[in-house]
Design a protein around this ligand. Sequence first.
Ligand SMILES: [Zn+2]
Length: 256
Amino acid sequence: MARVNTIENNQLIFLGTGGGRFTVFNQIRKSGGIWFKLNDKLFAIDPGPGALVEAIKHKLYPNRLSGIFLSHRHLDHCADINSVIESMTEGGHKKRGTVLAPYEATEIDPVILRYNRKNFTLINQKEFSTYEVDGVKIETKAKHLHTTETYGAVFSFNNYSFAFIPDTLYFDELPKIYRADIVIMNTVFHHKRAGFKHLSSDDVYIFLEQFKPKKLIITHFGLSFLRDKPWDVAKKISSETGCDVVAAYDGMVVDL
Ligand SMILES: [Zn+2]
């Protein structure tokens, strides 16, 4: 049987690296989100389709979760959030966990069912706000330029931190606000496409001109980017910029 990765404290794992409708809804790449452990606490970011199954496969049990961070209400990011919440709260029998989600995702066109909301703490993120969940600091930044209310964050505990930049059109503040040793960028496209509010690998160059983290990880690949081999694109960006840029793959574990 193939070995399945799990994570220790101060590590994160990509339970999915697919982005966009074709990749995710044909499961060309998985879409279980990014799960991490800081301060020995387990967190999940953007539990998309298959998150519950992938998590358990990787021995990450939602009834150990301290929190869930939802960047926005698009299905490739949130489709499994209710399943993960149900598992986190043991079918509603345990009050457990904090869910951070945009107002639009809970009140305007809710993607989090109301019946179980009494069993966890729900926070609607605001711009430039700091939250603490079980000792882990979660700092939101500017509201993203996307088609629904969207936030990224810098997650940290002691000297360990990483920045997560979910879906957005590129804007100049990105390299000023998302500063951490490890930066994760949702680059759906290889090249910028007019009319789409998504990042591309072209934007990685612009970002790196302003700020070079120790490691920049691209993920959330659309189908056309996958055809262009994001691992080769990452290598090219690395050699041209001198920054360690890597393309995430399903099951990839990263030390924080
Ligand atoms: Zn989106």
